[in-house]
Design a protein around this ligand. Structure first.
Ligand SMILES: [Zn+2]
Length: 269
């Protein structure tokens, strides 16, 4: 069995285990393993990397409120109840749960591609972070940070003036943990995917909830992910995920995992 296939099988087992035994896992006060969770929050993104050394949250959105039990699980996991928060962009479906997160956890540092939110919701998030004494950072391509056992790098946006469209301003982040790699695309469209530096990852959180305007075939071919996670609501008015994008993922042999069909998707690390 090739190394990639072995990792893939491990991931697959972990997901099956998590899907089948989630109630048992949640009952434990301090789960033993580090994990990456794509929370099922309807239409939007809310992802967390949980370990006893550091907790990282990638977006805090969703069309419905993240359940209290999930926040309690995060609080049990995170050292000193602190999280490092990365916001891909200021659209509501990526930030709507910020108050709930900050009720249970302290955002020690927060990272954005820009701080001039055009939405009222985004402005309120920035005010709340200030109120919680969170250190706010503006980052671009080339930014790297290392936590215990985890490397995180920013691949988008590039330095210089930002594009006008909010989706084009999405932070794209790559997380690496002991030989495993994960790519988080925010809502980046294909017109920007093609300008990214060459990047590969085993797990791809696809851009823009499986929109037909993201996940181009050439991009998927470059990334070579074995798993494509689509964070999407069961009922949405956008037609996400699009059949075109899903068939491109299939054509590139990327196993599709959808939060609308599977619920929370947990990868044990
Ligand atoms: Zn979105």
């Amino acid at each position: 069995m090739g190394n990639n296939l072995f990792i893939f099988s491990l991931f697959r087992l972990a997901i099956l285990f998590a899907v089948v035994f989630t109630p048992t896992i949640l009952a434990e006060p301090r789960p033993p393993h580090n994990r990456l969770v794509f929370w099922n929050v309807g239409q939007g993104d809310f992802i967390s990397y949980l370990s006893h050394e550091v907790c990282i949250v990638f977006d805090v959105g969703g069309s419905f409120k993240i359940p209290e039990k999930d926040l309690l699980e995060m609080r049990n996991f995170c050292p000193q109840r602190k999280v490092q928060l990365f916001i891909s962009h200021f659209d509501k479906d990526h930030i709507s749960n910020y108050k709930r997160l900050m009720t249970y956890l302290v955002v020690e540092n927060s990272y954005f591609s820009h701080l001039d939110s055009r939405s009222q919701f985004g402005k309120k998030l920035l005010e709340q972070l200030k109120f919680q004494n969170s250190k706010t950072h503006q980052i671009r391509q080339g930014f790297k940070i290392k936590y215990e056992g985890v490397h995180l790098s920013c691949l988008w946006p590039p330095p210089g003036p930002l594009r006008k469209a909010e989706n084009d301003r999405s932070l794209v982040l790559k997380l690496e943990n002991q030989g495993r790699s994960f790519l988080f695309m925010g809502d980046l469209p294909s017109r920007c995917e093609r300008k990214l530096p060459l990047v590969s990852a085993q797990v791809l959180k696809v851009g823009h909830h499986g929109s037909k305007y993201s996940s181009s075939s050439s991009f998927l071919k470059n990334v070579k992910a074995s798993m494509c996670v689509v964070s999407v609501g069961r009922i949405n008015t956008y037609g996400h995920p699009s059949p075109d994008a899903l068939s491109r993922m299939n054509d590139n042999r990327c196993t599709i995992l959808r939060t609308d069909l599977l619920g929370d998707i947990t990868i044990e690390l």
